[in-house]
Design a protein around this ligand. Structure first.
Ligand code: GDP
Ligand code: CA
Length: 334
């Protein structure tokens, strides 16, 4: 079985660890990673979501934090501070720096981000094929208004420095409209037996991947069933600021509203929302047992829906979530 998963950082990576447990030795996982969170710091290219997937699946992640390296030290950051060079709000540890140095050195030498990611994965052996969504630069910005006025800030600044405390007025994946899917991305989607949306952020992780021209259409047209898992439980994100960025795109932070925003693959574009409506991308959706009441409405929208426990408390519980997603894929396929 060829499984394709679209993934952001922590939610995606933790789900993938369970998925890897749930599949057989013959099955293959291709991960299409979000690069809209990428940021250039100190002349280095940092890819937070790709690295979170790579470190989590490769055994190098800081478990409690969910990002960055285990047993990290912070000498470089302290030295930068002595020079008065920031940003102080972004945590790059010494071990993590090595990854960004290797990546930036290879990019400068002319390798693509796909090639660099493959090279980094030689060390980490994540057990999946990890593809960036695009080799082209895409950076998500968030429109905010605070005492400094109305402006757009990098998504990392919104999340890490501002803690998503101020409302997001708009989310703009700068560069996405002209980005091309990375080599292998459209091919993997077309050849997939199952396509999964882990419980990643629907706006700034999966939404950004789908915003790369060609990817949403490829998912909508794929022969494989497409199954998503809700990152929203009981009307709130399990962690992070999905509610803030959902509000910016006019979607309620509920398991049901997120499913309807992804849309049913059975519904024809334009049939419900008028001109310009995006193609639906889901055949099936898993909500948490706390959201059992949402099942009927999601099914009424043409998306098969089941309520199962969706808290990734440990790898075994996460593997059960992955099995439920694969089982729903078989049901919608039949
Ligand atoms: P990020 O890039 O690090 O923000 O990670 P993702 O976009 O991949 O995932 C973030 C999403 O994961 C958030 O919206 C969370 O609500 C969701 N999430 C985190 N832990 C869990 C969990 O245990 N269960 C579910 N269902 N969602 C989770
Ligand atoms: Ca992210």
């Amino acid at each position: 079985m060829r499984i394709v998963a679209l993934a952001g950082g922590i939610g995606g990576a933790r789900f993938l660890r369970g998925l890897r447990e749930a599949i057989g030795p013959e099955d293959e996982i291709t991960v299409i990673g979000n690069t809209g969170d990428d940021i250039h710091l100190y002349g280095l290219k940092v890819c937070p979501d790709l690295d979170t997937v790579m470190y989590t699946l490769g055994g190098g992640i800081h478990e409690e934090q969910g990002w960055g390296r285990t047993d990290e030290t912070w000498s470089i950051k302290a030295e930068m501070k002595e020079y008065g060079v920031g940003p102080e709000w972004f945590g790059l540890g010494d071990r993590d720096f090595a990854t960004h140095l290797v990546r930036s050195q290879m990019l400068t030498a002319g390798y693509t981000l796909s090639q660099v990611t493959e090279a980094l994965c030689v060390r980490w052996q994540p057990g999946v094929r990890l593809l960036p969504m695009s080799d082209d630069r895409v950076e998500t910005h968030v429109k905010i208004t605070d005492e400094a006025g109305t402006r757009a800030v990098h998504f990392q600044e919104y999340w890490v420095r501002l803690h998503a405390e101020v409302d997001a007025e708009a989310v703009i994946p700068v560069g996405a409209d002209t980005a091309k899917p990375a080599p292998g991305v459209l091919e993997a989607i077309a050849a997939a037996d199952v396509i999964l949306f882990p419980p990643s952020n629907p706006v700034v992780s999966i939404g950004t991947i789908l915003a790369v021209p060609g990817i949403r259409a490829a998912v909508a047209a794929a022969s494989a069933p497409v199954i998503g898992l809700s990152p929203i439980i009981g009307g709130a994100p399990v962690r992070g600021m999905a509610d803030k960025v959902l509000a910016a795109v006019g979607v309620e932070a509920t398991a049901e509203a997120v499913a309807l925003d992804y849309g049913s693959r059975a519904a024809r574009p334009g049939s419900t929302g008028g001109a310009g409506r995006r193609e639906g991308v889901l055949d099936g959706w898993l909500v948490d047992t706390a959201d059992e009441a949402a099942v009927a409405a999601v099914e009424a929208a043409g998306i098969a829906c089941r309520a199962v426990p969706l808290l990734m408390t440990d790898v075994a519980a996460t593997a059960d979530m992955a099995r439920a997603a694969l089982a729903l894929a078989e049901q919608v396929r039949a």
